[in-house]
Design a protein around this ligand. Sequence first.
Ligand code: SF4
Length: 73
Amino acid sequence: MADPQQEATVVVDRELCLGAGMCVVYAPRTFTHDAESKAVVLESPNDPLPEIRNAVDACPMGALSLPSGHEGE
Ligand code: SF4
């Protein structure tokens, strides 16, 4: 069953994330930093998908990925 929350789900690879913060700049209602300055996805991501895509593209480490089906739209 399609989960509406799943639409905006983005995955952070914590091994790659350096805490540069570009994702927080581009999609502040989706990402924040945890105590280790690693990006984390907020419980209720609330940015439009294009902005989340911009954040994914802006990450210098390629640490962000969208689930398949949202990458090439
Ligand atoms: S832009 Fe990339 S490296 Fe920077 S905090 Fe976000 S996920 Fe981490």
